[in-house]
Design a protein. Sequence first.
Length: 313
Amino acid sequence: MSAARWAIGTAVLGRPAYLNTGSSLPAERTRQALQDNTSAVLDAATSAGVDWVDTARSYGDAEAFLAHWLALRAHRPGFVAPTVSSKWGYRYVGGWRTDADVHEVKEHTLPRFRQQWQHSRELLGERIGLYQVHSLTPDSPLLADTALLAELAALREVGVAVGFSTSGPQQAETVRAASRISVDGTPLFSAVQSTWTVRETSVGPALQEAADSGMTVLVKEALANGLLATDPPAALAGVAAAHGSTPDAVALAAVAAQPFVSRVLIGASTVDQLRSNLTAVDLELTADELASLTATPDEPAVYWDRRSQLPWH
């Protein structure tokens, strides 16, 4: 299995707290400490052959950290910059605190898009290959906002792919609704980023439809915000033991084995976590093992309710 099918997600790297378990961010969570940690993870990832980095406006300083790393590494002989995708629609409001009451605020409006696209471009310039609506849901006003959709289409016309990410128990409905949107007779979105794990598989058929139509499919939160690594279900632990591997690697390999997946996002917070995650590259799971891993998924509402109760830390 090629590492080219993988990408590094920066949700946990660019801010001092995230909705996650098993994070090992530096004890000193200053901007400098997290910037240094981000650079170390990106160095390790690209050295291992990973050639895609995914970020977002709401991930604290993740875009700035990525821009800093790219600027420094650009002068290294033989350096090949990874593909960069980012997202707009959420704004970070955590004030660089782990105990903030609110860490991010969502707004899918034309003014927010214009503001955040300007900021993303100021930091990352023409390196952005894909710009995504962050956490689209069926009730998003964006789906019927013709002015906003037209401006997204204009972005596509200048060579930036336009996509969307999804969250929540209605992911499949969102994927299908957004995939139907066309502007001037051309489908607007060419990429989708959704949560699919061995515990939450409901969006799978919709993602297969998207892949069949030619869309790039990225899968995020493959470890269920760390829960599959820290508290793996029996089937996952059993397959990991049979391979002499770890639950995190098996869970990631199970995602990579899905026929609709273009890229699997790895959300490692440290180089050690990244190295453990990337052992998934060499795992070949049998059809029976894959079936056992996905035999008893959670009901979507149950899964997403549990996720919403995870602490930011």
